[in-house]
Design a protein around this ligand. Sequence first.
Ligand code: MG
Length: 508
Amino acid sequence: MTPWIIFTIGFLLCAVVSADPPNIILIFADDLGYGDLGCYGHPSSLTPNLDRMAANGLRFTDFYTTGAVCSPSRASLLTGRFQTRSGVYPGVFYPSSIGGLPLAEITIAEVLQSHGYATAMAGKWHLGLGLNGLFLPTRQGFQHFLGVPYSHDQGPCRSLICFPPSTPCYGTCDIGETLLPVFIDEMILQQPVNFTELVPVYDKFNEAFIHNSVLKKKPFFLYYASHHTHYPQFASAQYTGRSPRGKYGDALLELDGTVGKLIQTVWDLGIQNNTLFIFTSDNGPETMRKERGGTSGLLKCGKSTTYEGGLREPAMMYWEGKIKPGVTSELASTLDILPTLAALAGAPLSNVTLDGYDLTKLILNGDKSPRNTFYYYPPSIDQNRGINALRLGKYKAHFYTQGAFHSETTPDPDCHVTAPLTEHNPPLLFDLETDPAENYNLLKSGIPKELEPILTQILNERDHFQEGMTYAESETNKGKDPSLRPCCNPDCTPKPSCCHCPVDYVML
Ligand code: MG
């Protein structure tokens, strides 16, 4: 059924249906930092709905994503596997990339769809496009898709009309690329995207999908991968100028508004006791954008680094009546979401190697997390170096450090692109409980006797992990083919400027 039909019939429904297994709404922000939300301590962000979700759900203080940039992080989220295993490294996909998340990879959507779930995705994909949409979400278990196949700076800025339309979007985008498209399933709906009207369309799509799934008495999985708060910032008229935090704050407020609408829809349908919300982000803040980028708060550096600011993210899980409200400092990761959701749904897992743990006892019973380690890969993965850092319990060891241009402009020179790749032997060692900002290297003056056992344990853990890792062929290094760039008029010339298909969203 097309989403247009879903839109029309969906809003007619007002039934109260309880389904078992649970409905799942997974919300993934983009380049949102650890310090960006009100509930994580930001003084001027307006995030009332996310703050309410945190207050009524379980808020994580030590939750990690696997990739300090977009594509690898999303690959791990959806597969429960490090990006090394799927080949989504180094770096990210581009509009003309030949590669994509391999179809053989099994996503959360495929696990749940094969168990009877209705599945849909809205927002940013960034796991490949390929010839004739070979790598789009509809090929990876999502029955419906409305969204953009990659980042919204991977196209000319002129398709990023700010509100009001005369307002310039700051900075530079990929001007040589094709105009940004928005897809509905595998068809281009509009090119270039009118971003200032897009999020309300996502909101309608999400609401209609939820209504329609309830109408069909099917459990549902909705993956909403927001463009916010990736640079350049934009927001629709309803949110523009509303936040004291400026353009970044407006974009964040629009994301928060979508969260509020999703919660409201679930409550209106009376399915709140059978619906799990998960919220987190793909990677740390792009501080090079100054006040138009996010912040990692007290954590060190941001996007593209393996300091805490690059990979530790805000995260919360909310399930009315099932998850006890609170805050947990147990270790958890995006890798754990697939096995956790499979367990909650009673869906069988395939026998591929997973890197995640089932967190159901942590979130439902308050038990200890089964995860006691985390492994930090840089965006530029090199098999000979392997991981940059490892966390074991409260200790984190850096074997390599490197700054990044995405983490420019912070006062800390370690974050900047001028901080070269540096090997540390012995590693830098931090106690993340007493020193979450990674300020005080415990091995600065040699190896204290009392730390020798933990250091040995960390080095053994690193060796064990790296011996067990299988590196798939790189998908991002498969090169580019300009003919793969999406175009709503495939036969037009000259490309890419002729790829221009305006659509009035009101028609939807
Ligand atoms: Mg990102």
